[in-house]
Design a protein around this ligand. Structure first.
Ligand SMILES: [Mn+2]
Length: 294
């Protein structure tokens, strides 16, 4: 009897770590919701490291490595890649310019696959969510408009190209330009919206969605808060990890950084800690009182 109880608790913990809600755990295990909640109350908050907009191969390796050092120190339960991990400039609709003409797609795919494989090696047990951004969507849009007849063939999805199944990385993809995941009361997504100023994108999205959220895509850091009657809502803009001086754009108004989200085990309460990367002669991040420099 005691052993089966221990097994029950183990299965709650496993499903919980896999990101299932209390309701989903109840359906999955048949254990009453109250028992699940009582057990989860004893667990520390679950941690989710949210990163986005690396635009490999135009990522900033120093910034990315700094983020990985913080991640090693945190040992998050979940890592969420919130879109535009890969750039795929070669199949964009933009005019390429002569010095970008030879930039082949294989370079982006190979480098991104290697980056993900390294991430998996560093975090063998961590749940990894990979949310499609508009740059990932370039793949599907290209196949659909230029080679639709090939789309059902083996190897024709970006997930296959990047070995996501082998790396045990879960793809979050709506089939459209915009994808997101609802994690408790927090919506994490790569939404098709950009405003010129920091926190303005968050403001517009909060009006659209009416729920607290983390947006990537705009490459800026920001937070827009709103109290609606008894609810406190907030929309975060989650920086980027790409090169701040790419040769296709002149000094864009971007900021580098990432976030750590802490979520109560037994409720949907969450706390987002934004972590900007500060530049002087070095790159610097402070996390849990520790200075990380590169
Ligand atoms: Mn984007």
């Amino acid at each position: 009897m005691a052993e089966s109880y221990a097994n029950k608790l183990k299965s709650i913990k496993k499903h919980f770590k896999d990101g299932l809600s209390q309701r989903q755990i109840e359906i999955e295990t048949g254990i009453p919701r109250r028992t699940i909640r009582e057990y989860l109350h004893k667990l520390p908050p679950i941690t989710n490291l949210v990163i986005n907009d690396l635009h490999i191969p135009f990522h900033d390796e120093t910034a990315c490595n700094l983020m990985l050092r913080v991640a090693s120190s945190l040992q998050p339960n979940i890592i969420t890649i919130n879109g535009d991990l890969i750039d795929m400039f070669a199949i964009s609709k933009f005019v390429k310019g002569l010095d970008m003409m030879d930039h082949g797609l294989e370079k982006d795919i190979d480098a991104t696959r290697a980056w993900l494989s390294n991430l998996r090696k560093k975090f063998p047990e961590t749940k990894i969510w990979y949310i499609y951004g508009n740059h990932e969507y370039r793949w599907d849009a290209y196949i659909e408009t230029r080679a639709a007849e090939l789309r059902k063939l083996k190897g024709m999805t970006l997930a296959e190209q990047l070995d996501l199944e082998k790396l045990n990385i879960e793809l979050i993809y709506s089939g459209m330009k915009e994808s997101s995941i609802l994690w408790g009361k927090l919506l994490i997504g790569h939404f098709n919206r950009i405003s010129k100023h920091s926190s303005y994108t968050g403001k517009l999205l909060l009006e659209d969605k009416g729920i607290s959220l983390i947006q990537s895509h705009c490459h800026r850091g920001g937070a827009h808060y709103k109290r609606v009657y008894d609810r406190a809502l907030v929309a975060y803009e989650n920086f980027c990890l790409c090169d701040l001086n790419p040769n296709y754009m002149d000094r864009p108004n971007w900021q580098q950084g990432f976030s750590v989200v802490y979520k109560d085990a037994a409720s949907d309460m969450f706390h987002v800690q934004q972590i900007p990367i500060v530049h002087s002669n070095k790159y610097r991040v402070i996390f849990e009182g520790e200075v990380f420099e590169a």
